[in-house]
Design a protein around this ligand. Structure first.
Ligand code: SF4
Length: 243
């Protein structure tokens, strides 16, 4: 297992201590333990916006990044500005090495239709890895919920992220979709207007479509393909578990 400043037994203990805790308590713990080497990567889904709202009241100096693939919806980019206005938090864009035009020219067209794993790797994972090397966080926060996918159902509130060599903190893990929306509406949290147009889960525009009544919330992501995750939140079992 990769060396960690937060060993496995400390992660287990934190998980036990925080198993029944609410998001604010979990975030206060993460800030106390890891800030200023605490990072949040957000795609500006309503869950991430709730976490930003909470962190704005706890420690607005936490570093926030967004993987700006060049294929995000205009509504998503506009939401970044609304968050900046509301909270004074400027989410930092992490860009791929190549613009969309350069990337598509090199590959003879877009890859998102034919080779989405390659496209996500080039435009999300690789830029993220470079950003992590530069920022050197010890821990990062995600806004995943247990009930979103089978993989996410296996996550812990605090876990070792073997893929990126970081402690991962999942403050909303035990919230339901109803909990998230009740919080967002109660606190007037800025959120992506696409959520009101049948996009429960929002990624890049070529790989996201609205869902029909009764469909799974993530049915609109990479619709018609086996792919359900971009690779950031996929569990990698290692030394007894981790993400
Ligand atoms: S979600 Fe689609 S467009 Fe965005 S990086 Fe992945 S494959 Fe490319």
């Amino acid at each position: 297992m990769t060396a960690t400043p937060f060993p496995a037994d400390a992660i287990e203990q934190a998980n036990r201590d925080l198993a029944e805790a609410g998001p604010e308590t979990i975030l206060r713990w993460a800030v106390k333990r890891f800030h200023p080497r605490l990072l949040m990567a957000t795609a500006f889904g309503v869950e991430g916006c709730c976490v930003i709202h909470l962190l704005a009241g706890i420690e607005p100096g936490v570093r926030f990044i967004n993987l700006e693939t060049g294929y995000q919806f205009p509504e998503t980019l506009a939401l970044r500005e609304r968050i900046k206005t509301r909270y004074g938090i400027a989410v930092e864009y992490v860009h791929p090495e190549q613009t969309v035009a350069e990337y598509e020219a090199e590959h003879g067209g877009p890859l998102h239709g034919l080779r989405p794993d390659q496209c996500c790797f080039d435009r999300k994972i690789r830029p993220l890895r470079r950003a992590l090397e530069r920022i050197a966080p010890l821990a990062w926060i995600s806004a995943i919920r247990k009930d979103q996918t089978a993989d996410r159902g296996k996550a812990g509130v605090v876990q070792w992220d073997a893929k990126f060599g970081l402690v991962k903190v999942n403050p909303l893990l035990n919230w339901t979709k109803k909990d998230v929306w009740a919080f967002a509406l109660r606190h007037d949290v800025p959120y992506n207007p696409l959520h009101d147009r049948d996009y429960p889960s929002i990624g890049c525009w070529p790989c996201t479509r609205p869902v029909a009544p009764g469909e799974d919330d993530r049915a609109g992501r990479w619709a018609g393909k086996v792919k359900k995750e971009c690779g950031l939140h996929v569990i990698e079992q290692q030394d007894g578990g981790g993400i």
